[in-house]
Design a protein around this ligand. Structure first.
Ligand SMILES: [Zn+2]
Length: 345
């Protein structure tokens, strides 16, 4: 008997098919056991629908927005193989997205520009042309389509790996309004997945998770799962808590051991923008994400601007001296004490 994977992708896996520039998408629909249907919407875009799912959630799992962040891509390829072989039975609707196949093939973070600055409605796309712009428009359409269908709850997890070391190996960024009960419940779930910190921000941005939170009614997270490495060099054991957690979630098996550690909640204090080519960061480039600085410390200087720490507990995130002028070069964050107290009571 021909397996479901063979019927969809021939002798390839979902990932191999996605990265094969010769492969063409045949928009066929297959019925898997338990009345789950699967459709290939595009290269790297796979839709599963739980047929009798009045109580089903809709879960978008995206990876590879940055092409060199390979561990999450491997996790997702394994997951798809196990769904199609019947090892995992789906209880929820699922859209799986390998976001930037061309950058993955080039073994690079991006081909033309940072895709995670392009998930925004409308006009700015007309002002430029790039591989990432074309693809992000398609992905926004697929995401809208997916989340416009009926679901009990809607979730998006956009899986990444970081450029640098981090004091918290795994952390999440939530573009949803902090402390709604559903985000709080998700915090406990993410704790089970080994997520140590959650950064909440109510600032609008053009990331994929921000787009689905603002425009698709989803509870969305960017998940940073460790340092980016090339294919084959990832230690997937370090991420097994996330892989296991995702499998439990999509198969509707969510019992949580009560001792699960809730992540520490942080909030964005400010984003430091690179205003000119004179911009410099005032700490070593090897400094880990979430490193704390003292009040008065000078963190960045620019032509006619500088950033000095003004509050206790300020830490740095995503420093990038090489950012394009006009873009974010550093994020300043602080623990969100109110939230922390609530989560631990
Ligand atoms: Zn990334």
């Amino acid at each position: 008997m021909t397996s479901y994977q063979q019927q969809l992708f021939g002798d390839q896996t979902f990932l191999e098919f996605t990265l094969d520039s010769q492969a063409t998408v045949d928009k066929k629909r297959l019925l898997l056991p338990n009345n789950v249907s699967v459709e290939v919407w595009d290269k790297g875009v796979l839709y599963f629908h739980a047929e009798d799912g009045a109580s089903a959630d809709s879960i978008l799992l995206s990876v590879g927005v940055h092409g060199n962040e390979t561990a999450p891509i491997e996790i997702i390829d394994d997951l798809i193989r196990d769904i199609l072989s019947g090892k995992i039975s789906l209880a929820h609707n699922l859209l799986v997205v390998i976001a930037n196949p061309e950058a993955i093939n080039a073994r690079s973070r991006e081909l033309d520009e940072n895709m995670n600055r392009l998930f925004i409605n409308g006009a700015h796309h007309k002002h430029g042309d790039s591989v990432e712009r074309h693809r992000s428009i398609l992905l926004m359409n697929y995401s809208r389509n997916f989340f416009s269908r009926h679901a009990k709850q809607k979730f998006h997890y956009d899986l990444h790996a970081t450029i640098r070391d981090s004091a918290f190996a795994k952390f999440a960024i939530s573009p949803n309004v902090a402390l709604s009960s559903i985000v709080e419940a998700q915090g406990h779930l993410l704790g089970l997945w080994g997520i140590e910190a959650i950064l909440t921000t109510d600032k609008n941005s053009a990331t994929y998770s921000s787009f689905t939170a603002q425009h698709c009614g989803a509870v969305s997270f960017t998940l940073e799962l460790g340092k980016a490495r090339p294919f084959g060099e990832n230690d997937l054991k370090k991420m097994s808590s996330v892989a296991v957690g995702l499998r439990k979630m999509i198969s509707g098996n969510l019992q949580a051991p009560p001792e699960a550690e809730a992540p520490i909640l942080f909030r964005v204090v400010t984003e430091v923008i690179k205003r000119s080519k004179e911009f410099r960061l005032c700490f070593p480039s090897s400094t880990a994400n979430f490193t704390e600085f003292a009040v008065g410390d000078l963190l960045a200087v620019d032509n006619d601007y500088q950033y000095r720490v003004t509050n206790d507990g300020e830490r740095i995130l995503f420093p990038n001296e090489a950012a394009t002028v006009g873009q974010r070069a550093l994020v300043i964050i602080r623990p969100s004490n109110v939230a922390k107290t609530r989560w631990h009571d």
